[in-house]
Design a protein around this ligand. Structure first.
Ligand code: VIB
Length: 216
């Protein structure tokens, strides 16, 4: 049996990985039972997270080793800057989020930690390291979202946050990201693989802390 690089990374990031993809915040989301205050603080912080994530996608485009990879990453940039963006605006309107919390909220500790990890990968990381952080963020979100039941909550703030992360285009993007990291990972030496593993574990921990920060 051949284990892929991304399987290897995930297996060594337990128990945190499983804690992220079955987090009570996501369970409550499935039934529309995340309290409005938690949903508001989570989305306000996540909007700031997405800003750094977008910068990291740019770093991936710059560092990619071939044209087809740059194109694939550029395609996902379009998603972050269109659909994702209107979701945040509409959700902020529905939740009564004021202008300052949309533009420059006070950042939680968990948001700052994640931002620092992403900025570090952006400024100093190799292509493989950038892909590692992107893969944790996208793959973990796909994994919780595909666990959603068929019947979604009525409130779009809850239901669209689920469908943004389990729709076929998003699944294809995560499949591409994993395949890309598997391809690049196969060429790495032991030291570089170990660096990716450390980053994968740290990013998974950041995901867990991010949910925990908005869950009582
Ligand atoms: C803490 C946190 N981790 C991961 C994601 C997932 N994610 C980050 S940017 C983006 C846009 C699509 O590529 C998606 C789905 C998130 N939103 N918040």
């Amino acid at each position: 049996m051949t284990e892929t690089f991304t399987d290897w990374l995930r297996q060594r990031s337990e128990p945190d990985w499983t804690a992220v993809i079955g987090h009570p915040f996501t369970q409550a989301l499935f039934t529309g039972q995340v309290p409005a205050d938690s949903m508001r603080s989570y989305l306000v912080q996540d909007f700031q997270f997405v800003d750094d994530f977008l910068a990291l996608l740019g770093s991936g485009i710059a560092k990619a080793d071939r044209y087809s990879s740059r194109l694939a990453i550029a395609g996902s940039v379009g998603v972050v800057t269109s659909e994702e963006n209107t979701y945040f605006r509409r959700a902020f309107d529905a939740l009564g989020v004021g202008e300052s919390d949309r533009v420059r909220p006070e950042l939680d500790e968990a948001t700052v930690a994640f931002r620092e990890l992403m900025r570090d990968a952006n400024e100093r990381g190799s292509y493989a390291e950038v892909l590692t952080v992107l893969t944790v963020a996208e793959w973990s979100y796909l994994e919780w979202a595909v666990r959603a039941p068929d019947a979604l909550p009525d409130d779009f703030v809850h239901s669209e946050w689920i469908t943004l992360h389990n729709n076929p285009d998003f699944q294809a993007w995560v499949r591409w990201l994993r395949g890309e990291l598997d391809r690049v990972g196969a060429e790495l030496d032991e030291r570089e693989r170990a660096r990716c593993l450390r980053l994968f574990q740290q990013a998974t921990r950041c995901e867990l802390d991010f949910f925990n920060a908005h869950w009582p």
